[in-house]
Design a protein. Structure first.
Length: 334
Protein backbone atom coordinates (compact mmCIF):
# COMPACT_ATOMS: atom_id res chain seq x y z
CA UNK A 1 0.00 0.00 0.00
CA UNK A 2 1.15 3.53 -0.68
CA UNK A 3 2.14 5.62 2.32
CA UNK A 4 -0.13 8.39 3.57
CA UNK A 5 -0.06 11.24 6.06
CA UNK A 6 -2.22 10.49 9.10
CA UNK A 7 -3.60 12.59 11.96
CA UNK A 8 -4.86 11.19 15.25
CA UNK A 9 -7.32 13.48 17.02
CA UNK A 10 -7.82 12.70 20.69
CA UNK A 11 -4.41 11.03 20.74
CA UNK A 12 -3.97 11.04 24.52
CA UNK A 13 -7.29 9.34 25.33
CA UNK A 14 -7.90 5.63 25.87
CA UNK A 15 -9.00 4.96 22.27
CA UNK A 16 -6.46 7.43 20.87
CA UNK A 17 -3.57 5.60 22.48
CA UNK A 18 -4.96 2.32 21.20
CA UNK A 19 -5.03 3.84 17.69
CA UNK A 20 -1.25 4.13 17.99
CA UNK A 21 -0.80 0.50 19.09
CA UNK A 22 -3.01 -0.79 16.29
CA UNK A 23 -1.41 1.38 13.60
CA UNK A 24 2.00 0.10 14.69
CA UNK A 25 0.97 -3.55 15.00
CA UNK A 26 -0.75 -3.62 11.62
CA UNK A 27 2.13 -1.73 10.01
CA UNK A 28 -0.20 0.86 8.53
CA UNK A 29 1.59 2.65 5.66
CA UNK A 30 2.37 6.01 7.27
CA UNK A 31 4.55 8.67 5.68
CA UNK A 32 4.02 11.36 8.34
CA UNK A 33 1.89 11.28 11.47
CA UNK A 34 0.46 14.12 13.57
CA UNK A 35 -1.13 13.98 17.01
CA UNK A 36 -3.78 16.39 18.27
CA UNK A 37 -5.58 16.84 21.57
CA UNK A 38 -7.33 19.43 23.69
CA UNK A 39 -5.40 22.40 25.04
CA UNK A 40 -5.09 20.57 28.36
CA UNK A 41 -3.05 17.69 26.90
CA UNK A 42 -1.24 19.63 24.18
CA UNK A 43 2.52 19.76 24.61
CA UNK A 44 2.77 16.26 26.03
CA UNK A 45 4.95 13.68 24.28
CA UNK A 46 3.80 10.52 22.52
CA UNK A 47 6.12 7.75 21.40
CA UNK A 48 5.12 6.10 18.14
CA UNK A 49 7.18 3.61 16.13
CA UNK A 50 10.26 4.39 18.21
CA UNK A 51 10.05 8.15 17.73
CA UNK A 52 8.82 10.89 20.08
CA UNK A 53 6.17 13.36 18.93
CA UNK A 54 4.81 16.47 20.62
CA UNK A 55 1.02 16.56 20.80
CA UNK A 56 -0.46 19.65 19.17
CA UNK A 57 -3.54 21.52 20.28
CA UNK A 58 -6.55 20.94 18.02
CA UNK A 59 -7.54 24.29 16.53
CA UNK A 60 -9.33 25.43 13.39
CA UNK A 61 -5.96 25.84 11.63
CA UNK A 62 -4.24 22.75 13.08
CA UNK A 63 -4.53 20.76 9.84
CA UNK A 64 -3.12 23.51 7.62
CA UNK A 65 0.08 22.90 5.65
CA UNK A 66 0.42 19.23 6.59
CA UNK A 67 -1.09 17.49 3.53
CA UNK A 68 -2.94 15.01 5.74
CA UNK A 69 -4.98 12.37 3.88
CA UNK A 70 -6.66 10.50 6.78
CA UNK A 71 -7.64 11.71 10.25
CA UNK A 72 -8.69 9.25 12.96
CA UNK A 73 -10.97 11.03 15.42
CA UNK A 74 -11.75 9.87 18.96
CA UNK A 75 -12.34 13.03 20.92
CA UNK A 76 -16.09 13.04 21.56
CA UNK A 77 -19.14 14.15 19.62
CA UNK A 78 -18.81 17.89 20.20
CA UNK A 79 -15.24 17.92 18.92
CA UNK A 80 -16.21 15.82 15.90
CA UNK A 81 -19.18 18.03 15.14
CA UNK A 82 -16.95 21.10 14.97
CA UNK A 83 -13.64 19.80 13.62
CA UNK A 84 -14.53 16.88 11.31
CA UNK A 85 -16.09 19.22 8.70
CA UNK A 86 -13.06 21.52 9.01
CA UNK A 87 -10.75 18.61 8.29
CA UNK A 88 -12.95 17.40 5.44
CA UNK A 89 -12.92 20.88 3.89
CA UNK A 90 -9.15 20.54 3.57
CA UNK A 91 -9.41 17.28 1.62
CA UNK A 92 -8.90 15.01 4.62
CA UNK A 93 -11.07 11.91 5.03
CA UNK A 94 -12.16 11.65 8.65
CA UNK A 95 -12.82 8.29 10.32
CA UNK A 96 -14.84 9.32 13.36
CA UNK A 97 -15.30 7.18 16.47
CA UNK A 98 -18.02 9.31 18.09
CA UNK A 99 -21.78 8.97 17.64
CA UNK A 100 -22.00 12.38 15.97
CA UNK A 101 -22.18 11.26 12.31
CA UNK A 102 -23.35 7.65 12.50
CA UNK A 103 -26.94 8.16 11.46
CA UNK A 104 -26.26 10.92 8.92
CA UNK A 105 -27.57 9.51 5.61
CA UNK A 106 -24.58 11.00 3.77
CA UNK A 107 -22.01 9.36 6.06
CA UNK A 108 -21.09 5.67 5.61
CA UNK A 109 -21.25 3.57 8.79
CA UNK A 110 -18.75 0.77 8.27
CA UNK A 111 -17.67 -2.55 9.71
CA UNK A 112 -15.06 -3.69 7.16
CA UNK A 113 -15.99 -7.39 7.38
CA UNK A 114 -19.67 -6.54 6.84
CA UNK A 115 -20.23 -3.63 4.44
CA UNK A 116 -16.88 -2.54 2.96
CA UNK A 117 -18.56 -1.54 -0.32
CA UNK A 118 -20.06 1.56 1.35
CA UNK A 119 -16.54 3.04 1.61
CA UNK A 120 -17.18 4.45 -1.87
CA UNK A 121 -20.26 6.39 -0.76
CA UNK A 122 -18.38 9.20 0.98
CA UNK A 123 -20.17 12.51 0.40
CA UNK A 124 -19.03 14.69 3.29
CA UNK A 125 -15.46 13.45 3.65
CA UNK A 126 -16.48 11.65 6.85
CA UNK A 127 -16.85 7.95 7.66
CA UNK A 128 -18.44 6.86 10.94
CA UNK A 129 -17.11 4.09 13.15
CA UNK A 130 -20.11 2.26 14.64
CA UNK A 131 -20.79 1.86 18.34
CA UNK A 132 -18.52 -0.70 20.02
CA UNK A 133 -21.36 -3.03 20.99
CA UNK A 134 -22.80 -2.84 17.47
CA UNK A 135 -19.51 -3.63 15.73
CA UNK A 136 -18.90 -6.94 17.45
CA UNK A 137 -22.48 -8.10 16.85
CA UNK A 138 -22.42 -7.31 13.13
CA UNK A 139 -19.41 -9.49 12.32
CA UNK A 140 -20.97 -12.91 13.09
CA UNK A 141 -24.45 -11.79 12.04
CA UNK A 142 -23.35 -10.87 8.50
CA UNK A 143 -23.09 -14.45 7.11
CA UNK A 144 -26.36 -15.36 8.80
CA UNK A 145 -28.09 -12.34 7.27
CA UNK A 146 -26.88 -13.36 3.82
CA UNK A 147 -27.84 -17.01 4.27
CA UNK A 148 -31.16 -16.83 6.11
CA UNK A 149 -32.27 -13.20 6.41
CA UNK A 150 -32.78 -11.59 9.82
CA UNK A 151 -36.36 -11.17 10.97
CA UNK A 152 -35.76 -10.09 14.58
CA UNK A 153 -32.77 -9.50 16.88
CA UNK A 154 -32.76 -9.17 20.67
CA UNK A 155 -29.50 -7.76 22.04
CA UNK A 156 -28.62 -8.09 25.72
CA UNK A 157 -25.19 -6.64 26.45
CA UNK A 158 -22.79 -6.90 29.36
CA UNK A 159 -20.42 -3.99 28.77
CA UNK A 160 -17.04 -3.34 30.38
CA UNK A 161 -16.26 -0.14 32.27
CA UNK A 162 -13.53 0.73 29.75
CA UNK A 163 -16.41 1.67 27.46
CA UNK A 164 -16.80 4.74 29.70
CA UNK A 165 -13.14 5.64 29.43
CA UNK A 166 -10.75 6.25 32.30
CA UNK A 167 -13.53 7.52 34.61
CA UNK A 168 -15.39 4.23 34.35
CA UNK A 169 -12.27 2.20 35.05
CA UNK A 170 -11.47 4.40 38.05
CA UNK A 171 -14.99 3.96 39.47
CA UNK A 172 -14.57 0.18 39.32
CA UNK A 173 -11.12 0.27 40.89
CA UNK A 174 -12.27 2.70 43.59
CA UNK A 175 -15.34 0.60 44.32
CA UNK A 176 -13.29 -2.56 44.74
CA UNK A 177 -11.10 -0.61 47.17
CA UNK A 178 -14.18 0.45 49.14
CA UNK A 179 -14.20 4.05 47.92
CA UNK A 180 -17.38 5.84 46.72
CA UNK A 181 -18.21 6.10 43.02
CA UNK A 182 -17.56 9.42 41.28
CA UNK A 183 -18.78 8.80 37.73
CA UNK A 184 -21.58 6.23 37.57
CA UNK A 185 -24.91 7.03 39.27
CA UNK A 186 -24.55 3.89 41.40
CA UNK A 187 -21.59 1.72 42.49
CA UNK A 188 -20.32 -0.48 39.65
CA UNK A 189 -18.12 -2.74 41.81
CA UNK A 190 -19.99 -6.02 42.54
CA UNK A 191 -22.99 -4.58 40.71
CA UNK A 192 -24.69 -4.32 37.30
CA UNK A 193 -26.17 -1.10 35.95
CA UNK A 194 -28.90 -1.39 33.27
CA UNK A 195 -28.05 2.15 32.24
CA UNK A 196 -25.53 3.10 29.53
CA UNK A 197 -25.68 6.67 28.24
CA UNK A 198 -28.76 8.83 28.84
CA UNK A 199 -32.39 7.69 28.95
CA UNK A 200 -34.58 8.64 26.00
CA UNK A 201 -38.27 9.60 26.04
CA UNK A 202 -39.20 6.10 24.82
CA UNK A 203 -37.66 4.46 27.90
CA UNK A 204 -34.61 3.12 26.07
CA UNK A 205 -31.12 4.43 26.71
CA UNK A 206 -29.18 6.15 23.97
CA UNK A 207 -26.81 3.15 23.83
CA UNK A 208 -29.75 0.83 23.18
CA UNK A 209 -31.07 3.05 20.42
CA UNK A 210 -27.59 3.17 18.87
CA UNK A 211 -27.59 -0.61 18.55
CA UNK A 212 -31.10 -0.66 17.11
CA UNK A 213 -30.58 2.08 14.52
CA UNK A 214 -26.99 1.23 13.57
CA UNK A 215 -27.84 -2.42 12.92
CA UNK A 216 -30.46 -1.42 10.36
CA UNK A 217 -28.15 1.10 8.70
CA UNK A 218 -25.18 -1.27 8.44
CA UNK A 219 -27.31 -4.00 6.88
CA UNK A 220 -29.22 -1.36 4.87
CA UNK A 221 -32.43 -3.09 5.92
CA UNK A 222 -35.15 -1.32 7.89
CA UNK A 223 -37.30 -4.44 7.89
CA UNK A 224 -35.22 -6.08 10.64
CA UNK A 225 -36.95 -5.81 14.01
CA UNK A 226 -34.38 -4.98 16.67
CA UNK A 227 -34.55 -4.42 20.42
CA UNK A 228 -31.80 -4.07 23.01
CA UNK A 229 -31.01 -3.90 26.71
CA UNK A 230 -27.49 -2.67 27.47
CA UNK A 231 -25.92 -3.24 30.89
CA UNK A 232 -22.69 -1.97 32.43
CA UNK A 233 -20.94 -4.74 34.38
CA UNK A 234 -17.89 -4.80 36.70
CA UNK A 235 -15.49 -6.00 34.01
CA UNK A 236 -12.48 -3.87 33.04
CA UNK A 237 -12.24 -4.67 29.32
CA UNK A 238 -14.19 -6.48 26.56
CA UNK A 239 -17.94 -6.42 26.03
CA UNK A 240 -20.06 -9.57 26.15
CA UNK A 241 -23.39 -9.96 24.37
CA UNK A 242 -26.24 -12.41 24.34
CA UNK A 243 -27.80 -12.21 20.88
CA UNK A 244 -31.13 -13.86 20.12
CA UNK A 245 -31.89 -14.03 16.40
CA UNK A 246 -34.98 -15.06 14.48
CA UNK A 247 -34.34 -15.91 10.83
CA UNK A 248 -36.65 -15.58 7.84
CA UNK A 249 -35.80 -19.12 6.71
CA UNK A 250 -35.39 -22.56 8.30
CA UNK A 251 -31.85 -23.67 9.10
CA UNK A 252 -29.69 -26.53 10.24
CA UNK A 253 -27.68 -25.68 13.35
CA UNK A 254 -24.51 -27.26 11.92
CA UNK A 255 -24.74 -24.93 8.92
CA UNK A 256 -25.05 -21.90 11.18
CA UNK A 257 -21.99 -22.96 13.17
CA UNK A 258 -20.02 -23.55 9.98
CA UNK A 259 -20.99 -20.16 8.55
CA UNK A 260 -19.87 -18.37 11.71
CA UNK A 261 -16.68 -20.43 11.96
CA UNK A 262 -15.64 -19.46 8.42
CA UNK A 263 -16.28 -15.74 8.89
CA UNK A 264 -13.32 -13.38 8.66
CA UNK A 265 -12.46 -11.91 12.03
CA UNK A 266 -14.36 -14.51 14.07
CA UNK A 267 -12.95 -17.10 16.47
CA UNK A 268 -15.33 -19.93 17.36
CA UNK A 269 -15.09 -21.02 21.00
CA UNK A 270 -17.97 -23.42 21.50
CA UNK A 271 -17.34 -26.64 23.42
CA UNK A 272 -19.71 -26.71 26.41
CA UNK A 273 -18.61 -30.25 27.32
CA UNK A 274 -15.22 -28.80 28.25
CA UNK A 275 -16.59 -25.49 29.61
CA UNK A 276 -15.17 -23.66 26.59
CA UNK A 277 -16.98 -20.49 25.56
CA UNK A 278 -15.97 -16.86 24.93
CA UNK A 279 -14.76 -14.94 27.99
CA UNK A 280 -14.03 -11.26 28.41
CA UNK A 281 -10.65 -11.98 30.00
CA UNK A 282 -9.62 -13.98 26.93
CA UNK A 283 -10.89 -11.43 24.39
CA UNK A 284 -9.19 -8.42 25.97
CA UNK A 285 -6.20 -7.32 23.90
CA UNK A 286 -7.33 -9.12 20.75
CA UNK A 287 -8.91 -7.89 17.51
CA UNK A 288 -11.10 -10.91 16.77
CA UNK A 289 -14.75 -11.40 17.71
CA UNK A 290 -15.22 -14.55 19.80
CA UNK A 291 -18.47 -16.50 19.36
CA UNK A 292 -19.90 -19.47 21.25
CA UNK A 293 -22.96 -20.92 23.03
CA UNK A 294 -24.57 -21.30 19.60
CA UNK A 295 -27.87 -23.08 20.11
CA UNK A 296 -31.34 -23.29 18.72
CA UNK A 297 -34.06 -21.14 20.27
CA UNK A 298 -36.91 -23.62 20.66
CA UNK A 299 -39.44 -20.90 21.51
CA UNK A 300 -39.70 -19.80 17.85
CA UNK A 301 -39.60 -21.59 14.50
CA UNK A 302 -36.30 -20.23 13.17
CA UNK A 303 -34.36 -18.88 16.13
CA UNK A 304 -30.87 -19.17 17.57
CA UNK A 305 -28.89 -17.81 20.52
CA UNK A 306 -25.28 -16.60 20.35
CA UNK A 307 -22.75 -15.43 22.95
CA UNK A 308 -20.41 -12.84 21.45
CA UNK A 309 -17.36 -11.26 23.13
CA UNK A 310 -14.83 -8.70 21.84
CA UNK A 311 -12.39 -6.08 23.08
CA UNK A 312 -14.44 -2.88 22.94
CA UNK A 313 -11.42 -0.58 22.74
CA UNK A 314 -9.74 -2.55 19.96
CA UNK A 315 -12.26 -4.13 17.56
CA UNK A 316 -15.03 -2.03 19.07
CA UNK A 317 -13.20 1.21 18.32
CA UNK A 318 -9.53 1.59 17.33
CA UNK A 319 -9.00 -1.52 15.23
CA UNK A 320 -12.23 -1.09 13.28
CA UNK A 321 -11.25 2.53 12.51
CA UNK A 322 -7.79 1.51 11.33
CA UNK A 323 -9.35 -1.23 9.17
CA UNK A 324 -11.52 1.48 7.58
CA UNK A 325 -8.38 3.54 6.93
CA UNK A 326 -6.81 0.47 5.30
CA UNK A 327 -9.86 0.20 3.02
CA UNK A 328 -9.36 3.82 1.98
CA UNK A 329 -5.78 3.13 0.97
CA UNK A 330 -6.54 -0.17 -0.77
CA UNK A 331 -9.34 1.43 -2.78
CA UNK A 332 -7.16 4.40 -3.79
CA UNK A 333 -9.55 6.82 -2.11
CA UNK A 334 -6.75 8.86 -0.54
Amino acid sequence: MKKVNVAVVGATGMVGRTFLKVLEERQFPIENVYFFSSKKSAGSTITFAGKDYVVEELTETAFDGKNIQIALFSAGGATSEKFAPIAASKGIIVVDNSAQWRMDPDVPLIVPEVNPETIKEIKKGIIANPNCSTIQAMVPLKPLYEKYGLKRIVFSTYQAVSGSGVRGVKDLEDGIAGKPNQFYPHPIAFNCLPHIDVFMDNGYTKEEMKMINETKKIFNDDSIKVTATTVRVPVRGAHSESINVEFNKPFELEDVVEAIKNTEGVVLVDNPAKDEYPLAVDAEGHDEVFVGRIRRDFSVDNGINLWVVADNIRKGAATNAVQIAELLVKNDLV
